[in-house]
Design a protein around this ligand. Structure first.
Ligand SMILES: [Zn+2]
Length: 330
């Protein structure tokens, strides 16, 4: 795996925001701030079509600074807000979809999502973080209030309907581009990656990131197991071995096969840890299992959204192991 943008890699390490950079003759990467974050920025991509319009992939968190940065970037490309025909969001989280609402209002752009994301938005996707869920996970009463942060995160996505939904394999309407939707469920149920064969580019959103392992099942209730979905989605993108990866955070890179394998292994290790705790017997709750696993930040340091995510990951692994079809390879 190799970074193809030293500037982005250095910025991520330093916790700063890298400048606008050109990826191809008609593709740019714009880093946008992440409020209150443990992650310094998200990446928005600008695609200039053959008619002069500028299409956006993941317009980032809706803040005044990000809106100003986007207008400045459009100016640098010689475009104007009036020339944004479409916005596609890889998934519903506010650091990706967030500013789509404002972009649509200000430019008339059509907003495009995968159908499952649209359904999750319409259904109130963070509903799983409510009281009964936390109770069933065995979360101590005094730790439940901080999970309210999760609701705040959901509330940051204004409830709206996409102007169009895309399905796996469908081509996006961007003149001069052959951009295809690759449905990659796991992080959320309707997560999209996008591939451009002519430019050998693949936009991976939060499906595959260069320096973080994404949490799974973070887009509301799912009828399928997010881990099983995620592992299948990794195989789906690992076919594009020679493509440059344009992720939702961090830096662009090559070596998708290697990185996808590392992502699968990360979750494999977690499944084996959960299996080992369950093998000791005693019907532990999700909270009890999670407290016995190893976490990068340390179990005692997990708070709010990170704690919720850790518990959701633990519950998902337990479900995955309960399904007799799945046993982690050792
Ligand atoms: Zn993200």
């Amino acid at each position: 795996m190799e970074a193809t943008s030293r500037a982005q890699q250095a910025a991520e390490r330093a916790g700063t925001i890298p400048p606008l950079e050109q990826v191809r003759s008609d593709v740019w990467a714009l880093a946008l701030e992440m409020p209150g974050g443990h992650i310094p920025y998200s990446l928005c991509y600008l695609l200039r079509d053959s008619a002069g319009g500028v299409h956006l992939v993941d317009p980032g968190w809706d803040t005044e600074a990000n809106w100003a940065a986007l207008l400045a970037a459009l100016g640098e490309l010689g475009g104007a807000p009036a020339q944004v025909p479409s916005v596609v969001a890889t998934h519903l989280h506010p650091d990706h979809l967030g500013m789509a609402h404002r972009v649509r209002r200000e430019t008339g752009a059509r907003v495009i999502l995968h159908e499952r994301e649209q359904q999750a938005l319409a259904g109130g996707w963070a509903v799983a973080a409510t009281g009964p869920q936390l109770e069933s996970w065995g979360v101590p009463g005094e730790r439940r209030a901080e999970m309210a942060e999760v609701h705040a995160l959901a509330a940051a996505s204004p409830e709206f309907h996409a102007d169009a939904v895309v399905a796996d394999g469908q081509r996006l309407d961007i003149p001069g581009f052959d951009l295809l939707a690759v449905w990659t469920p796991g992080h959320t149920a309707g997560h999209l990656s996008l591939r451009d064969d002519a430019r050998a580019l693949i936009f991976t959103g939060d499906h595959v990131l260069p320096s973080i392992f994404s949490g799974l099942g973070l887009g509301g209730p799912s009828v399928t197991n997010p881990l099983a979905d995620y592992l299948a989605s990794l195989e789906k993108v690992a076919r594009f071995a020679d493509y440059e990866v344009l992720p939702g955070h961090g830096y662009r890179f090559t070596g998708l096969v290697e990185r996808a394998a590392a992502c699968a292994e990360h979750h494999g290790i977690r499944s084996r840890q959960v299996r080992d705790v369950l093998a000791e017997g005693g019907s532990p709750t999700v909270w009890e299992i999670a407290s016995r696993l190893s976490w990068t930040a340390g179990w005692g340091n997990l708070r709010g959204y990170l704690l919720y995510s850790a518990l959701a990951q633990t519950a998902m692994h337990r479900e995955y192991l309960r399904d007799s079809n799945h046993s982690p390879s050792t």
